[in-house]
Design a binder for this molecule. Structure first.
Ligand code: PMP
Length: 352
């Protein structure tokens, strides 16, 4: 019966980090440092947990279909923008592509980067155009991205970029917005860890969508909730394209409450700044400069896959960058976790 499956799903798919429990069993390690998925190691804010519990008690009802409470909380926090929400930023990426892209139309992606843009575009039978970043520092090739964006419905730029960690200056993003014909999806999953601010661009350009997530600074990865700053013209069409009730009421309530607790993200942001410096100083392999809560490490002469294996034996899970198309095979990506996890990573990698 497999012949019935669409050809695009016969191989490939999203690459997940190995489970901590599996690694622990395989190598006989009791305590595993989980540094592969760029999560905030702190549990969610107490405000978010209380709101989630309350919403859970009323979960016999379908959620508010428009997510008004969360949208209002986002306006209170960020100002009078138009927002869309989704089941993780992944849900937003999927819905945005569904809203705008007819089968066969182009989606241009600055690579190497997060893989889900390409997978979601493929699911919509889009034509994916990849635009390689500069090899030297992974900055974007603005001219080529604009060229590709002239015929693409959506141009995708991740800043700070996963997995390379570098951010694109707002002026360069502005240049891309000026030059392309379609919408720019600017993925800001990690922007809170950087000093970059792209929101002023929302006032000037009506072809910009800025994606954000509650999975990182807000510690809500397990609840699958994201949002995007979107131009007002797009919102009603996005609403029509989205899966009904995709954002559940518990997640929406937790996210709205998380916005009321700015101290929560601040603790982890400070941890990221502190450990970003320590990794650069203490790890014997070259660390690439990062504006995110992870770093990319050049582990030559090992391959990324070999280093992942070496570190797993020592109780540390990191991500090999092999599956990010367009990168040489000697990089790993390491999230900044709790002190003991980061310390274990430094000690483990320096012993290899
Ligand atoms: N964009 C980037 C760059 C990411 O790294 C991730 C998750 N790792 C996502 C989007 C998806 O975020 P979410 O958990 O909100 O779906």
């Amino acid at each position: 019966m497999e012949r019935l499956v669409r050809s695009c799903y016969k191989q490939g798919g999203y690459v997940f980090a190995k489970k901590a429990e599996e690694i622990g069993r395989e190598y006989g390690v009791a305590r595993i440092a989980r540094l592969a998925s760029n999560e905030n190691p702190d549990p969610p804010s107490a405000l978010a947990v209380t709101a989630a519990k309350k919403a859970l008690l009323a979960s016999n009802r379908y959620p508010d279909e428009r997510g008004d409470v969360l949208t209002q909380a986002l306006r209170t926090c960020y100002g009078n923008y138009s927002f869309v929400i989704g089941a993780g930023m992944d849900g937003i990426i999927e819905t945005l592509i569904r809203t705008l892209v007819e089968p066969g139309e182009a989606v241009a992606i600055a690579t190497p980067t997060f893989s889900f843009y390409g997978l979601a575009a493929m699911a919509q039978a889009a034509h994916v155009t990849t635009v390689p970043r500069h090899v030297k520092d992974f900055s974007i090739d603005t001219k080529r991205l604009i060229h590709a964006g002239k015929t693409a419905k959506i141009t995708v730029l991740c800043s700070p970029n996963n997995p390379t960690g570098n951010a694109t200056p707002a002026d360069d993003v502005g240049e891309v917005l000026e030059g392309i014909e379609g919408v720019l999806f600017l993925d800001n999953a990690y922007v809170e860890f950087s000093d970059y601010d792209y929101l002023p661009l929302m006032k000037t350009y009506d072809n910009l969508v800025i994606g954000r997530t509650f999975s990182k600074v807000h510690s809500l990865a397990g609840l699958r909730i994201g949002y995007a700053f979107a131009p007002a013209w797009l919102v009603p069409y996005y609403e029509r394209a989205r899966t009904p009730f995709a954002v559940n009421s518990v997640s929406a309530a937790a996210a709205a409450a998380a916005l009321l607790d700015p101290d929560h993200p601040e603790r982890y942001i400070a941890q990221v700044k502190r450990w970003g410096k320590r990794f650069a100083d203490e790890v014997k392999y070259p660390i690439l400069p990062s504006d995110a809560n992870f770093v990319m490490v050049d582990v030559s002469p090992h391959t990324g896959d070999q280093m992942v294996e070496h570190l797993a034996r020592r109780g540390v899970i990191v991500r090999s960058c092999r599956s990010f198309g367009g990168l040489p095979d000697h990089y790993i990506r390491v999230s900044i976790g709790e002190d003991w996890e980061n310390e274990l990573f430094v000690q483990a990698i320096n012993s290899i």
